[in-house]
Design a protein around this ligand. Structure first.
Ligand code: ADP
Ligand code: NA
Length: 357
């Protein structure tokens, strides 16, 4: 059976928080480690590609002194969190130059007004004003190239990327319509010695089971996010144990004794219990309800701090080992890039031939 290919793009940042970890990375690890089954119940061999998208990162103002470090740090963190380089390919977008090359080809056939409709561009551009770069406008075309190069059928996307995935599908249809029809196309393929099938696969959005939605520690109403100016509002995966315990000690709570889930008047309680459960995957909700029902916050907070530390410590240890062993990390990324390039080069070639190169 032809393997199904799944591509995930991740922004380079070495500073992931508990929300990113519980809401996203841990789901990918689980996905990677679970047999995927089709409608008839057959196990579908699945190839996973994790791409650290540094070319996307430079569409926003960035400091050159940080780019390489964030790229390596994120790759190391993904491996530390359980993305297994023996099962999944991990690579850096800029190491595979086909991404930039295919983007140019697609740029030349994508109507401007398709991009002018992109909501994310409008929002991000508004924040940047006059200095907004062409790259930010073009971001969705680069994303289309990322996906199309790998003939990936399934793309895990959040709600904010859905419109970009639709655009990628529109680009595929337009490209095939413009360049991949009739005898001329067949002749070009024959002359180039490649099969005359269409170069791209129309990608589909894949809904990966959502992890817990983790809220800010200082204001229970907004989600935990790296864009919150207050670092005390989030636990970073690489925070030292003391920092984690302190942040939990200081986080917002109420005056009510006894802890409970899902009381709409007590969003902080629900959030902190969600975290407590999520970092103890071997325990059940019932078991925890029983444990905490008569506790006050002063009793509960140290337990929560300890549980988070216990869960993150092995990931942190592994992270520091990997990050200290640059040779290993580079070999993982080189292997990933080689596997990626093997596929990407064929797709680029097919696109070039279709366009008449
Ligand atoms: P941030 O809001 O910190 O900038 P991103 O938007 O870069 O995070 O999200 C990266 C991934 O982490 C996405 O898959 C997103 O769904 C997940 N994620 C981000 N914040 C949270 C959160 N507070 N709870 C659960 N998942 C989250
Ligand atoms: Na965000």
């Amino acid at each position: 059976m032809k393997p199904r290919r799944v591509l995930s793009g991740v922004q380079p940042t070495g500073n992931l928080h508990l929300g990113n970890y519980l809401g996203a990375i841990r789901q990918w690890v689980e996905f990677q480690n679970t047999d995927q089954v089709d409608d008839e119940g057959n196990v579908v061999p699945t190839e996973n590609f994790f791409c650290v998208v540094d070319l996307h990162a430079i569409t926003m103002p960035q400091d050159p002194k940080d780019l390489k470090e964030s790229t390596l740090a994120s790759a190391a963190l993904y491996v530390a969190a359980g993305i297994d380089p023996k099962i999944s390919n991990i690579f850096v977008q800029s190491h595979v130059s086909e991404h930039a090359e295919l983007t140019w080809l697609l740029n030349c056939m994508t109507p401007m007004n398709w991009l002018e409709r992109m909501i994310q561009f409008k929002e991000k551009a508004r924040k940047q004003g006059e200095s907004v770069g062409v790259g930010l406008f073009d971001y969705p075309v680069l994303m289309a190239a990322d996906i199309l190069l790998y003939q990936a059928q399934k793309i895990p996307v959040g709600e904010d990327q859905r419109q970009h995935l639709e655009l990628a599908r529109d680009i595929v249809r337009r490209f095939h319509d413009l360049y991949c029809k009739g005898n001329q196309y067949k002749k070009r393929c024959k002359a180039a010695g490649i099969p005359s099938r269409q170069p791209f696969v129309e990608p589909e959005a894949m809904i990966v089971k959502e992890g817990a939605r983790i809220m800010s520690l200082t204001d229970g109403a907004s989600k935990m996010s790296k864009s919150d100016a207050n670092d005390g509002s989030r636990i970073n995966v690489l925070d030292p144990p003391k920092v984690i315990r302190d942040k939990i000690k200081r986080c917002k709570t109420d005056d009510i004794r006894g802890l409970e889930w899902d009381n709409p008047e007590r969003p902080e309680a629900t959030n902190l219990l969600n975290i407590y459960l999520a970092v103890q995957p071997d325990r059940t909700k019932e078991d925890i309800v029983e444990e905490v029902k008569d506790m006050n916050w002063g009793e509960f907070k140290p337990l929560l701090g300890d549980a988070i530390v216990a869960h993150l410590e092995p990931i942190q240890t592994r992270y520091h080992e990997i990050r200290a062993d640059e040779e290993y990390l580079n070999s993982v990324l080189n292997d990933g890039a080689a596997a990626a390039r093997g596929i990407a080069a064929q797709t680029l070639k097919a696109a070039q031939v279709a366009m008449g190169f």
